[in-house]
Design a protein around this ligand. Sequence first.
Ligand code: URP
Ligand code: ZN
Ligand code: ZN
Length: 463
Amino acid sequence: MGVLIRNGEIVTSEGRYFADIYVEDQTITQIGKDLDVPEGTEVIDATGKLIFPGFVDPHVHIHLPFMGTFAKDTYETASVAALIGGTTSLIEMCCPSRQEDALAAYRLWKSKAEGRSACDYAFHMAVTRFDAQTEAQLREIVADGTASFKVFLSYKGFFGVDDGELYQTLKLARELGVIVTAHCENAELVSRLQQDLLAAGKIGPEWHEPSRPETVEAEGTGRFAAFLETTGATGYVVHLSCAPALKAALEAKARGVKLSVESVLPHFLLDKSYAERDGIEGMKFVMSPPLRDRRNQTVLWNALDGGEIDTVGTDHCPFDVEQKLLGKDAFTAIPNGIPGVEDRVNLMYTYGVKRGRLNLHRFVDALSTRASKLFGLYPRKGEIAVGSDADLVIYDPAYRGTISARAQHVNCDYSGFEGVEIEGRPALVLVRGKVQVREGEFVGERGRGEFLRRKPEGGVNAS
Ligand code: URP
Ligand code: ZN
Ligand code: ZN
């Protein structure tokens, strides 16, 4: 049976207009006024609502062994939370440690999602070691449809690669036409600063930011750009947090380096004073790159609105209070990360679009369309057009509510946005034509999510 959505206002990255949408077999098959549809069609009335393409979160952690523990979510919890927040596709970082086998890890990460995800999903494959075996395995992983890599220039000895491995990864990526996403911080500087601070008795969460200052991120960003320039590979800086790192990225872009920039939800709305709170209250806000001085927020909002920051992800990575307390005697042991997948759309809509900081179409672009284009999902995802998947968010701009850990679907006992008001939320969320969320409740099919196979953009040897 088909689905007709009528009386809503369609809003894409390029325009807005009133039209009906008809969906058949998971796909948008007609868009137009007063569509003539078969009898028995399910009709959804979207009067007073905005209709967005399903949102895409390009940076999520679900299964993540990290800092002596595991991130709290499973696909059962994270995918439902994502959908309630309007995210219909997510890209999870598949992150083996340096000691693990890449292919075995890739199969493990996939098995955690298969049959369990309520939303569609893909992976960025982290390259945490590069040797002859890894190279063969990466080729197999790309052939399987995972056409993006991830490198960490930080987390020395765990996820981090050295410059030689970075070079080899980028050379392979260039050959295969694979985009490489990168966490850009100088691992050696972080390690030295951490040791110095601890030796001086500076052990609380307020010292996390001084251990990874803006210069450390700017260096990582500039070095990644230089390696891209040298190898000709295409790159994407994840979770860029501050003005000096943005400057390094924009200078590289201006030189013609193929580089895109992502910033993540916490850095637009929270600042380093949150991590300076006493004890556990500060620990909740420890993430990397750290929350920054407030002056960076204006820089990020302006760059986002202007399109210099390409995408907004979450870097969703929940650890609960008990896990955060692993770092009660040393900030270096606080698991890094904060939840966000459920709140990204509503918070960026409220504090970006509604506050006049972010153009509505740029909002759709940054949270959906641009990531789809960069990561090989477009026009299947990130668009409302005939032939695209019917991933649709029927958004209620009149809704008013407050974020609270008590009500969230993410598996975490706190929210970094506790008590923050939102002005709008998804009334209905459809994944490939099926209603999965209605008025904040999951009403759909838990295993509906599909693995999204992506093709590389065409490497140097592609015909
Ligand atoms: O603090 C963070 N960002 N935790 C997740 C791992 C990463 O670096 O993305
Ligand atoms: Zn990172
Ligand atoms: Zn991350």
